[in-house]
Design a binder for this molecule. Structure first.
Ligand code: ADP
Ligand code: ASP
Ligand code: MG
Length: 241
């Protein structure tokens, strides 16, 4: 039985209908005899709103406290998504970054993963649970909460896929793959069926936020195959290899 890692971005879980749509994708994968580990981002514009709320109180908050605040967006979404999966009648457990074993350096706001201890996830999978992990977050060696930088849930997913030796890391988003240009801005943008890590890195560096830059570097380092695909349309996405 293989382990599949699926990651869902903020727009894919922005309201109750979308949360149930995602819960169904996950439970279908589980019903097809897979062990499923899911990474989820904060819902919709939650992270932006949390930043605004912080700045309303203090226009120069410490990076430590900002990370404590921003990590709550993903804490909320793992609980909400897990409740939807419970409602569909499947066994599920949510884990925050630290519970899932993400150890980082203390570079608040842009922390790098130093170690990923997968024991808790493996024991939950052995108990037949679907595992829902909060993206974008970990803890440093003094147990301070850290976050990985904007779009960092992609990095959480790729790190898990590498550690768990998953065949593929599926990054579900609001577009149906990687395009040569931002498809939301350019009606003439063309979908790419396969793209190598280096070319994907160049696209990301030139502003294609569909995959976070650090996640592509990590995927290249550990040879993790990624598929970027839509959470709303059931069609093949783009393979990043
Ligand atoms: P998520 O919340 O799922 O992580 P993001 O907003 O981070 O989603 O990334 C998806 C967005 O990336 C798309 O909505 C699209 O507008 C944008 N994007 C920019 N450049 C590209 C590109 N070359 N190919 C695909 N999407 C792109
Ligand atoms: N919620 C974080 C952000 O908005 C992380 C992510 O979405 O990947 O940047
Ligand atoms: Mg993103």
């Amino acid at each position: 039985m293989s382990i599949i890692v699926q990651k869902f971005g903020g727009t894919s879980v922005e309201n109750a209908e979308r949360v149930f749509n995602v819960a169904k994708i996950i439970t279908n994968t589980y019903s097809n005899n897979n062990k499923v580990v899911v990474v989820v981002s904060a819902q919709g514009k939650t992270t932006d709103n949390l930043i605004s709320q912080a700045l309303e109180i203090n226009n120069n908050p410490s990076k430590r406290e900002l990370d404590v605040l921003l990590s709550t967006g993903e804490q909320m979404s793992v609980a909400i998504l897990s409740m939807a999966i419970e409602k569909l009648g499947f066994p599920v457990v949510s884990l925050l970054g630290w519970q899932a074993g993400f150890k980082t350096n203390n570079n608040y706001g842009n922390a790098q993963i130093e170690n990923l201890d997968s024991n808790r996830i493996l024991s939950e999978l052995n108990k037949k649970n679907i595992v829902i992990v909060a993206g974008f977050q970990g803890i440093d060696k003094f147990n301070n909460i850290t976050t990985f930088g904007r779009g960092g849930s992609d990095t959480s997913a790729v790190a898990l896929a590498a550690k768990l030796k998953s065949d593929i890391c599926k990054i579900y988003t609001d577009v149906d793959g990687v395009y040569d240009l931002d498809p939301k801005e350019n009606t003439k943008a063309k979908k790419i069926s396969k793209i190598n890590y280096d070319k994907m890195l160049n696209l990301a560096k030139s502003g294609a936020k569909v995959l976070n830059i650090n996640s592509i570097k990590l995927a290249k380092k550990y040879n993790v195959k990624i598929e970027v695909l839509s959470s709303l349309k059931n069609i093949p996405g783009t393979i990043v290899f």
